[in-house]
Design a protein around this ligand. Structure first.
Ligand code: ADP
Length: 265
């Protein structure tokens, strides 16, 4: 691991860097020497055909997958490695827990705790994991539930909420941990068409009003075009083409991008 820096420093350090990251499942290479940077405050969207490795990128950031080659850095620090005698070695569980707590994730299936209210769901992580005093966690959770338009449903259990409302609570719950990076994986895929807008509007607000670093996987091209600073088109575990949304959607250069975009229109 000696060719990878122990940490990234300097003004141009990205919030997230995938450096030469390779992920294999047996014979199958899912990410192939991937280099990907996300700057602080940037919203990057990943699009591409099914099986191209989009979700794997997010799962690797959540440290849910082992890495076969390369290093991922978050805010300049290696995510799953730590320094020992001047080299990078696999991180200890304690280091890994600390790094993982900097990443917030919202999935297609929101997985709220069913026995807790919306407010309870948001308070759980800050109190149990971060050791935040209850009053502070409550105040912060109330503020976030207001931000996602759920102030009047704070005391409801998930079973009493619609899919769109549950997803908004899940976003507030992830934000309550004060992540440095937020990941969104197909957050609208499991929703009824009429409630998709309420969730995309919340994400749009986060992009507009908060300087959050976000990485999103979506099949909704219109949404990706609207809110992303940059769009990456994945093909076979690598970035085939990337650019500003108006360029990538308006004037794609690669044949595979053109084919994909005309097929999903
Ligand atoms: P996408 O999100 O672009 O649809 P994924 O990142 O989910 O793609 O998956 C990329 C490839 O990795 C697919 O071919 C998928 O079948 C394979 N894959 C994902 N998870 C596993 C796993 N746990 N074991 C074996 N293969 C997997």
């Amino acid at each position: 691991m000696s060719r990878y820096p122990l940490e990234l420093t300097g003004d141009d350090t990205p919030m997230v860097r995938f450096m030469n990251v390779t992920k294999r499942y047996g014979e199958l290479t899912v990410l192939d020497h991937l280099d990907l940077d996300v700057a602080e405050g940037e919203m990057v969207t990943i699009i591409g055909p099914s099986g191209s490795g989009k979700t794997t990128v997010l799962r690797m950031l959540m440290t849910l997958e082992t890495i076969n080659e390369g290093v991922i850095y978050v805010d300049g620090k290696p995510l799953t490695h730590m320094e020992k005698n001047g080299a990078l070695v696999p991180a200890s569980p304690k280091y890994l827990r600390r790094m993982r707590s900097q990443i917030g994730m919202c999935f297609q299936h929101f997985n709220l705790f069913p026995h807790m209210t919306a407010l309870g769901n948001c308070m759980e992580g800050p109190v149990q994991v971060l050791g935040m005093p209850k009053a502070e966690a409550r105040a912060r959770s109330e503020e976030l539930l207001e931000l996602v338009g759920m102030a009047d449903k704070m005391d409801q259990h998930p079973s009493r909420l619609s899919g769109g409302q549950q997803q908004r609570v899940a976003i507030a719950r992830a934000l309550a941990m004060r992540p440095k990076v937020m990941l969104f994986d197909e957050v609208t895929s499991a929703l009824d068409p009429e409630v998709i807008g309420e969730v995309t509007n919340v994400i749009r607000d986060l992009v507009d009003a908060h300087n959050l670093t976000m990485l999103m996987v979506t099949h909704q091209m219109g949404f990706a075009k609207d809110i992303s600073d940059r769009v990456c088109f994945f093909y076979d575990g690598a970035i085939e083409e990337q650019g500003a949304p108006e360029d990538l959607f308006g004037n794609p250069q690669r044949e595979r991008t053109q084919q994909f975009l005309s097929a999903v229109k």
